[in-house]
Design a protein around this ligand. Structure first.
Ligand SMILES: [Zn+2]
Ligand SMILES: [Zn+2]
Length: 452
């Protein structure tokens, strides 16, 4: 197989792989880099020039995997776009939200490239999506050659899949983003036990050692305790979350705590997209066995939408719990604006529950010691870190030990690392050299062609 990593910036970035397997050319994922703007946020498709494309495959509906999909589809009008049936329900909704964000950014930040695609274009794209079931092999032909493709349930978020590709006697497996443990609303991955020749694996948590005693249940209890303490001292609690998956997971944890009278009474606010996606998750939950979520809990907890006009640098003083996107406090999102108002007051607290890129405001805040100055540049706010800032191990990505174990079980002779910061990839590089001494481990240089 020939492979080119099209994610021009490395790291997690804008995920996209170009693959040549036998006579077939495939594109796996078409993401957008959340840290970049305009055309530079997309993968670099230069190596595709002059090449035909037979299939586009989408592993799951997070923007770092689908954010530039309509741009690619525009260039390949006849090519089928394969994803799981759950992803086929969610991708369109995520892209429409992304188009709205780009339209807003175009005005606020004067970015002429935006929007990269229109709402009308997304509606056309959605019609081309082919939804596949987990565990059902499908054959695809080009000329005389054919490959067999099978999706394997990956946990992580609704619809996420690992991808098995077989060509002649070769077997290749892509983990996509994966979570092996059960989460509150989502069962852990069900990856095939078989052997593979080539493994392409995510490495998100490679730099995060497993901390003893920090079980998921213990972390959930600790989160609820800190919320209670904050509300009881008159403060407000902000949980920055990704609208897709994380928000529904956290809402369910909070609902459990309230049901068992472990959570104090307080108003709960949530932001737009996450609330909207609640309906999608409810529907997916009824159609698949892997997701357990009910939209009725939103009503039961009387969750309210955020006030429209949040003022940067101002504590709304509502003595409330906010479950608000973005998860990494990206500039100009509701969580960013809220944090700029809450951070300067000792009574408040902010609790991160997912991955925070070190270069995002969320990542920066986690590195800033208590009592020091923190700048919300896009909101023109500078404030001392007086609120409690905490992080909880409730990630939707696999623990590095579990991933390394999976890699060893596949017995792969070549392993390609993806979706991780340099330190995270370095850990896997070192560990796999020890644990799988016969294997060739590759940390691909973006845009370089490899035979694997
Ligand atoms: Zn993801
Ligand atoms: Zn991802």
């Amino acid at each position: 197989m020939e492979l080119i990593d099209l994610n021009r910036d490395g790291g997690i970035g804008a995920n996209s792989f170009f693959l040549k397997i036998g006579g077939l050319n495939l594109l796996l994922d078409c993401g957008l880099n959340p840290k970049k703007v305009g055309r530079l946020a997309t993968p670099d498709w230069a190596p595709l020039r002059g090449e035909k494309l037979d299939l586009i495959i989408i592993t799951h509906c997070h923007l770092d995997h689908i954010g530039s999909l309509p741009v690619v589809m525009r260039g390949y009008p006849g090519v089928p776009v394969l994803m799981t049936t759950s992803s086929a329900m969610l991708v369109g909704r995520m892209l429409h939200n992304s188009a709205n964000v780009m339209l807003r950014q175009k005005e606020q930040d004067n970015i002429p490239d935006y929007p990269l695609f229109t709402h009308e274009e997304i509606d056309q794209c959605v019609k081309r999506f082919v939804g596949l079931q987990f565990g059902a092999p499908r054959r695809f032909r080009s000329g005389k050659d054919e490959i067999t493709l099978t999706f394997h349930y990956a946990g992580h978020v609704a619809g996420a899949t690992g991808v098995e590709i077989r060509h002649q006697d070769r077997a290749i497996f892509f983990t996509g983003d994966v979570m092996f443990d059960d989460q509150r609303t989502q069962a852990g991955a069900e990856f095939p036990p078989g052997k593979f020749d080539t493994l392409v694996m995510e490495t998100t948590r490679g730099a995060t050692p497993r901390t003893e005693g920090k079980t998921r249940a213990a972390e959930m209890a600790r989160l609820v305790d800190t919320i209670n303490r904050t509300i009881e001292r008159g403060g407000s609690y902000l949980i920055p979350v990704f609208a897709l998956g994380r928000m529904q997971e956290i809402m369910t944890i909070i609902h459990d705590a309230r049901r068992f009278r472990r959570l104090v009474e307080c108003p709960i606010f949530a932001s737009g997209l996450g609330m909207d996606l609640v309906d999608y998750f409810d529907e997916i939950s009824r159609k698949t066995k892997h997701i357990q979520f009910s939209r009725s809990l939103i009503k039961e907890m009387k969750v309210r939408p955020l006030p429209r006009q949040l003022k940067a640098g101002e504590d709304p003083g509502q003595n409330a719990l906010y479950v608000v996107s973005s998860g990494m406090l990206v500039e100009r999102t509701p969580s960013y604006t809220l944090a700029s108002g809450l951070l300067g007051k000792e009574r408040n607290a902010i609790g991160f529950v997912g991955y925070c890129d070190p270069d995002t405001p969320g990542g920066q805040l986690l590195k800033t010691p208590h009592g020091e100055k923190f700048e919300f540049a896009a909101a023109h706010v500078r404030t001392k870190v007086m609120a409690e800032v905490d992080r909880f191990e409730l990630s939707g990505h696999a623990d590095r030990e579990e991933l390394a174990r999976f890699a060893v079980e596949t017995g792969a002779r070549s392993i390609v690392l993806t979706h991780g910061d340099p330190a995270a990839r370095a850990w896997f590089m070192e560990q796999l050299a020890i644990r799988l001494p016969g294997a060739k481990v590759l940390d691909p240089v973006p845009l370089q062609r490899y035979e694997v």
